[in-house]
Structure formats: C-alpha cells, structure tokens
Design a protein around this ligand. Structure first.
Ligand SMILES: NC(=O)c1ccc[n+]([C@@H]2O[C@H](COP(=O)([O-])OP(=O)(O)OC[C@H]3O[C@@H](n4cnc5c(N)ncnc54)[C@H](OP(=O)(O)O)[C@@H]3O)[C@@H](O)[C@H]2O)c1
Length: 242
C-alpha cells in the first residue's frame, strides 16, 4: 500500500501545489476542502489519471466547526502525514477586530487542527515515520500591522510545533512549520497591483513566492530521511522579514 497524506486546504493554491508534488512522489492523498469543491474534484480527476496506482479521496469540512472532529478523523483509514494548508486573514487595524473573527482565526489555524491531531496521533505513529507540517507565515515570527490577530495565530502554530514535537519524537513523528513570506495566491487578491508591487520591492529575492516554492519544502519534510528535523519553523520568504 502507498503512504497516505491528508492535505487540509487542498482546494487552495498552496494546498493544491502540495497535492501535485506529493502525488508525484507516490503519496495517496485525502484532499480536504471547505467551500470550494470544484478545485478538488478537478485535482482528483487529474491525479487519478496521472497516478492510477494511488488513491485520491476528497473530504469536506469547515474548520470553524471544532465540534465534529471525531467524525472527520473516523473517515480516515490510514494516515502517515498531515499537512495543514488551510487559512484566511482579516486585513484591518487591530481595534476593528471582532470576537467572531478571533474565534474563526483560532479555530481554523489552531484549535481544530490541534484537536484533529489528538485523534490522528495513533495512526501517524504506526509507520514510525509520521509527519506533520503546518503552513505558517513569516508574520508569525515578525508580526504584521493590519494583521495582528492573523500574526498571533501563525506564531502560535510555531509554539505548538515546538512543544508537540518533543512529545512525539520518540514515536518517530516530526512536527514542523513551513512559513512562507508573500505567495502569489488568491489569498492576496484583496491587494491591488500597487500594494503588491510595494511588497515585491521589499523582498530581497525581488518576487513573490509561487506555490511550488512552498510545496518543495513540505515534500522534503515528509520524506523518511527527514527524520531528525522537528519542532522547527522553516522560513521560505526569499529573505523577506527573516
Ligand atoms: N498567500 C500567502 O501570501 C501566504 C503567506 C503566508 C502563509 N500563507 C498561508 O498558507 C495557507 C494557504 O493559503 P493560500 O495562499 O493557499 O490561500 P487560498 O488559496 O485562499 O486557500 C485557502 C485554503 O484554506 C481553506 N479554508 C479557508 N477557510 C476554511 C475553513 N473555515 N474551513 C476549512 N478550510 C478553510 C480554503 O478552503 P475552500 O476554498 O474550499 O473554502 C482553501 O483550501 C494559509 O494557512 C495561509 O495563512 C499564505
């Protein structure tokens, strides 16, 4: 049987790139989405045609719902790796932050993933080489004005992996964050061309990341040989804010 990975947020641009990369490397995949089923349906068709010996299974779940994680975990047969690539942000001054926004940010980026892992740890331990990767953000390290609450939950993802890595290292499970800088995805669609050009000017690599710039490091961390790096946050930011 091929190894299986769960990609939370496979309907997103970074999650989709991670799916393509892992499929190419022989993984079977659970492909999660929330509102956008169509990109995952297309991805399943594309990957099933290219890799007929692997399994590609769509899975829907709203991560703001922390109450039905047991049912979500029960749908998963065998899981050797989990990649958390779902997320969203709210762009405004901190004083405009509302309680529903804070709750949603915490649930999507932290609470529901953490609860899910309590249910998946046993499955992840079976191979002796379980892998967990969160897509964090450079803002989790540096912090950002206008995205204070988002920066907070991204920083908390790094705090979580530092602690949890210590608890599961003896089981052969590694837990890491891949923290991108600015990536050219629909999450940045709210910014106009001038704002994106200003960001680009500030990035030493002189361009935004592409989703494959990020998926490369996720695939690397999922390899069996990547057994001795855990509890870390890897900044993939073209030198920006790092
Ligand atoms: N783009 C950047 O510049 C950048 C930089 C640093 C870090 N990141 C991080 O990278 C990750 C992926 O972002 P992206 O750029 O690929 O964004 P994206 O293309 O907008 O994808 C976002 C993904 O998150 C899922 N999602 C959002 N809210 C959800 C909810 N309530 N429940 C379940 N799933 C939910 C979406 O599912 P549906 O579409 O199916 O609803 C989609 O799969 C996020 O964690 C983000 O914070 C992005």
């Amino acid at each position: 049987m091929t190894q299986a990975a769960l990609i939370i947020g496979a309907s997103g641009d970074i999650g989709g790139a991670i799916a393509r990369r892992l499929a190419e490397e022989g993984w079977s995949l659970y492909l999660h989405y929330n509102h956008h089923e169509a990109p995952v349906t297309a991805l399943v068709a594309e990957l099933a045609a290219a890799y007929p010996r692997q399994d590609f299974i769509p899975l829907a779940y709203d991560l703001t719902d922390a109450a039905h994680v047991t049912e979500l975990a029960a749908q998963l047969f065998s899981v050797d790796a989990v990649v958390f690539a779902a997320g969203m942000t709210y762009y405004h001054l901190f004083t405009a932050t509302t309680e529903p926004e804070l709750t949603a940010l915490m649930r999507v980026h932290l609470v529901t993933p953490m609860l899910l892992l309590t249910h998946l740890q046993e499955k992840l331990a079976r191979s002796g080489a379980g892998r967990i990767v969160f897509i964090g953000s450079v803002y989790g390290g540096s912090g950002s004005a206008m995205e204070v609450a988002y920066s907070t939950v991204k920083g908390a993802q790094s705090a979580f992996v530092r602690a949890y890595a210590k608890e599961v290292a003896s089981l052969g499970i590694t837990v890491n964050v891949v923290a991108p800088g600015a990536v050219d995805t629909k999450m940045n669609q709210m910014f106009d061309a001038n704002a994106l050009a200003a960001v680009q000017d500030a990035i030493p690599a002189a361009r935004l990341a592409t989703p494959p710039d990020v998926s490369y490091y996720v695939a690397m961390l999922l390899q069996k040989e990547a057994a001795y790096l855990t509890g870390q946050t890897l900044y993939v930011s073209g030198g920006w804010l790092a």
